[in-house]
Ligand binder design. Sequence first.
Ligand code: ADP
Ligand code: ADP
Length: 232
Amino acid sequence: MITLNQVVKQFATKKGTITAVDDVNLTINEGEIYGVIGFSGAGKSTLIRMFNGLEKPTTGDVVVGGDNIAELSPTDLRKKRQKIGMIFQHFNLLWSRTVFDNISFPLEIAGVSKSERTARVNELIRMVGLEGRENAYPSQLSGGQKQRVGIARSLANNPTVLLCDEATSALDPQTTDEILDLLVNINRQLNLTIILITHEMQVIRKICHQVAVMENGRVVEQGPVMQVFENP
Ligand code: ADP
Ligand code: ADP
């Protein structure tokens, strides 16, 4: 389970203090697909980056699987991050590495042996449907294929949580649907908790169980998608 308790995140800027996340309380259960929707500047990226410690709350607690992220030692935070995968709008692949080597990268960092890496990467390539593309470079792939590489890489260390930062926003509608279908399959197969941020309502409607609506750093509505969006 993941909980945010009275989380506030402020940034000091030349123009004064910006409150990017303003007193947010959330509970996300294991195996849920949880969507956060809002316009640009609402605080979604800042919020999602607090789940894996890329941002630290100014006040309040972010608790992931029983651990308060802000209280972990650097070593423990590194271990925790291996269990929290992340995918991005612009994929963040390594351009000089092949598909295989991109997916292998987090396993190398984790110190996994070469033979285990090979077996694991091949399994991940099958899972995301990239058989035959192992030796391609990112520049030779379509947007959807690049995101499949991103997904495979994010799953390499068997995470319990997957964070998706506008993961389909750079893709056309049909490719968006294919990637969302893949995320649903992975959610079911692995009982993986998925937290996604988006500005696109159809992404929330298509795959999310729960949704939080953000405005000016605040969660103004949250609950099951049907309840939040389908009521008169
Ligand atoms: P969203 O992801 O919903 O577009 P963000 O979390 O990126 O929103 O931004 C929320 C607010 O916080 C915006 O006003 C943004 O300019 C500000 N902000 C985000 N990151 C920083 C930062 N590192 N320094 C200063 N302001 C920031
Ligand atoms: P750079 O800082 O030049 O972008 P990095 O080697 O730090 O290069 O990271 C490149 C990409 O690889 C990043 O976008 C990041 O998402 C990904 N990456 C880095 N470390 C890991 C990791 N431990 N697990 C998964 N992906 C990672």
